[in-house]
Design a protein around this ligand. Structure first.
Ligand code: HEC
Ligand code: HEC
Ligand code: HEC
Ligand code: HEC
Ligand code: HEC
Ligand code: HEC
Ligand code: HEC
Length: 333
């Protein structure tokens, strides 16, 4: 009997431990919290930026036509409007417009040659900087260079196409509302993949109907609200917090059990930033339960053990019963 008890306890221990060791994947805990309250933020370059935003901050702008000697009012095209509130909440809110753009933009009409201005890339400023080591910029750059979009660099694709220079703000790392972060991240992809105007700037391909292309996924709306495009379209990279290698469509995740199983890929992607403490004990991949219930991925280990014990017990009864029946049968003969 003692042996039996010992076996059950060690069995339980073994199961609990394997799920705890899985939690070792989370090496990107929510550390180094940045002050996320930006409502009281005042830029040191507020005045400077108003030189630009007086025209670029809203739909209407004015200038003096010196030949005619009068004020002209015109509409700014939407692509060139920069929203103040978004800019002053973004990662680069401390910047002056002319940190990234030529000082010569202060004159209007802008000089024609400014259009040819070379823009700085992320890596030009962030590469090799200890302060930003937690983001792994170099590894992201390497991942991006192998992604399917990289071939469009000649057409103008760059990191900026996904990271809007005037509004991008890190999300999934910081945002305590995961659903909101998912929507934010998916909107990045949809800015081209559901806006043909932007899409066609980069390729001659015909419009891709995303809804149709993902019809194989049951309850598509629920899936798109609970997982990001990058969960299925990037190659998992355990060295960086957000994988950046978008693979060709043929390599996208299609098998349900890549997510709906104990070894769910979601633990190495979407839930990478969640800390161990949030784990709900007893459940495999318990942290997912803070946000979703993913069939297959969220089985309860205790229930598993109990059902196993019941199964073994039932088996025992059947074997015992058969044994005694055979014995009785033999005795009777
Ligand atoms: C008097 C209004 C006005 C002011 C002030 C102004 N801009 Fe512009 N800007 C425009 C208009 C109109 C366009 C679109 C037509 C064009 O490209 O000249 C434009 C275009 C641009 C473009 C896009 C050029 C391209 O490649 O297509 C950039 C970048 C730009 N402005 C930056 C700035 C910056 C930075 C400042 C402040 C230092 C600034 N602008 C101040 C009116 C203005
Ligand atoms: C962190 C660098 C950075 C800062 C700060 C910045 N810009 Fe830009 N801006 C860029 C880059 C890069 C592009 C080109 C984007 C692209 O190629 O998609 C750009 C493009 C533009 C354009 C052209 C339209 C567009 O969106 O492509 C305008 C207009 C503009 N910036 C104005 C401004 C104004 C006004 C400010 C200040 C409020 C500002 N920028 C601050 C980097 C910056
Ligand atoms: C002109 C140089 C420059 C460029 C280009 C640039 N950054 Fe930055 N970035 C900075 C600086 C400086 C800071 C720190 C700003 C601060 O402390 O307010 C920063 C802050 C950030 C942060 C927040 C870091 C933190 O922990 O607060 C992120 C994320 C970021 N940048 C991503 C990017 C990405 C992605 C790109 C390219 C799409 C990019 N940056 C391009 C200079 C740059
Ligand atoms: C195809 C779109 C796309 C391209 C291209 C892209 N990114 Fe990203 N990037 C994303 C998405 C989506 C996220 C997740 C944003 C979030 O939730 O914070 C992200 C996040 C990041 C982060 C924050 C990761 C963290 O640890 O919080 C950095 C830094 C970054 N990207 C840098 C880059 C650099 C550098 C490049 C170019 C070499 C680049 N990205 C190109 C889509 C893209
Ligand atoms: C700036 C626009 C833009 C953004 C943003 C963008 N894409 Fe794309 N993407 C394209 C274009 C253009 C193509 C077509 C490339 C070609 O010509 O084959 C493409 C191709 C793809 C393909 C390859 C399809 C195939 O035929 O193999 C996938 C997958 C993809 N994108 C996923 C994403 C994901 C996921 C995101 C967000 C993280 C994203 N894209 C963001 C423009 C964009
Ligand atoms: C559950 C996994 C999954 C999710 C989530 C997902 N995709 Fe896909 N996606 C796929 C698969 C698998 C294919 C290949 C379909 C095919 O070959 O017909 C695909 C195809 C594509 C294609 C290529 C279509 C073509 O025929 O060229 C694009 C572009 C694309 N997805 C973009 C996105 C975007 C943007 C999102 C987020 C809004 C997204 N996907 C979300 C799995 C996914
Ligand atoms: C990229 C990961 C991923 C893949 C691949 C995936 N799912 Fe899901 N699925 C999820 C998540 C996350 C949820 C949780 C949604 C929620 O919380 O409501 C979910 C929910 C569901 C639901 C419940 C939806 C509802 O109505 O609430 C069903 C059914 C489902 N998935 C079936 C499938 C099938 C069948 C496949 C394969 C064709 C599949 N899933 C592929 C991540 C995935």
């Amino acid at each position: 009997m003692k042996i039996f008890r010992f076996l059950i306890i060690s069995f339980l221990y073994l199961i609990c431990n394997t799920s705890a060791s899985k939690a070792g994947v989370f090496s990107f805990k929510k550390i180094n919290q940045i002050d996320t309250d930006t409502s009281t933020f005042v830029s040191p370059f507020h005045e400077d930026n108003e030189r630009c935003l007086k025209c670029h901050g809203q739909a209407k702008y004015e200038y003096t036509n010196e030949n005619l000697g009068r004020q002209i009012k015109e509409l700014m095209c939407s692509e060139r409007i920069i929203k103040r509130d978004e800019f002053y909440k973004s990662n680069h809110k401390n910047f002056s417009c002319t940190d990234c753009h030529s000082e010569q933009y202060t004159t209007f009409p802008h000089l024609g040659e400014l259009r040819m201005e070379q823009k700085l890339n992320c890596i030009d400023c962030h590469g090799g900087d200890e302060k930003f080591a937690q983001y792994h910029f170099e590894a992201i750059e390497a991942d991006y260079q192998q992604s399917t979009h990289f071939k469009l660099e000649q057409e103008g694709f760059s990191c900026w196409k996904c990271h809007n220079p005037h509004s991008y703000k890190i999300n999934v790392r910081m945002n305590t509302n995961l659903k909101e972060a998912i929507t934010y991240d998916n909107a990045i992809c949809l800015s081209c993949h559901s806006d043909f105007n932007r899409f066609q700037l980069l390729t001659d391909r015909e419009e891709i109907n995303l809804i149709k292309k993902h019809e194989w996924l049951p309850n598509q709306a629920a899936h798109f609200a609970n997982v990001r495009c990058i969960e299925c379209h990037t190659k998992i990279n355990n060295d960086i917090p957000v994988a950046h290698q978008i693979r060709p469509k043929a390599e996208a995740v299609r098998r349900c059990n890549e997510c709906h199983s104990k070894n769910s890929i979601l633990m190495a992607s979407l839930y990478k930033f969640e800390s161990k403490e949030q784990r709900r004990d007893g459940f495999f991949n318990g942290i997912i339960l803070n946000e979703s219930y993913v069939i297959g991925a969220n089985r309860n280990e205790y229930l598993n053990v109990i059902s196993l014990i019941i199964f073994v017990g039932v088996l025992g009864v059947i074997v015992g019963h058969t044994f005694f029946r055979i014995r009785k049968h033999k005795k009777n003969n």
